[in-house]
Design a binder for this molecule. Sequence first.
Ligand code: HEM
Length: 177
Amino acid sequence: MQNYLLEKVKEHEESLDVNNPRDFIDYFLIKMETEKDNQELVFTYENLVITAFDLWIASSETTSITLKYALLLLLKYPQVTAKLQEEIQRVIGKHNSPCMQDRSHMPYTNAVLHEIQRYINLSTIGIPHSVTCDVKFRNYLIPKSFQKRSLLATSDGFWQSPMKRVLDISCVDEDFD
Ligand code: HEM
């Protein structure tokens, strides 16, 4: 896999146009050039390959499994599909591509996607995160070295059935952050 990514990096280098970066690898290569005299060598080939590998691992199975189950569940629940379609057409429209700004105006779509991911137990153990010192956030104290994990999963008896929650979604806020 690393050899494959190294090959891709070489291909990018050969066709790089600094005025027209195409993707993450192009931006990283440009940064390698501008930071080449920096003593702290962060922008190296090794880090580029490792970071691209991380993104690949983090994104491929998560995205494909979400899409696969989303299609199956939307076929099974046409009333949810109809509400999704209505929101997508109202907010994005038929002739525009979606952008990040649209997301905060699409509470139903956002909720459906998250409930689908909960339903398929997409992330059962999450990725551990911790703070390096005590942090006060709103009314909460997050103590140093406390380990936090975000889960996207179902637990019988604790959460209401995710698909039932999707069918019941009528209480989501109009706009949300
Ligand atoms: C439907 C698609 C995706 C799902 C369901 C998903 C799910 C997740 C989850 C549950 C986490 C752990 C978050 C946490 O514990 O705070 C995570 C982290 C991460 N994801 Fe995704 N992901 C998806 C797509 C992607 C894509 C497309 C990329 C990059 C191209 C990506 C890159 C990452 C990275 C780098 C992290 C680690 C972030 C950190 O440590 O703070 N993910 N993802």
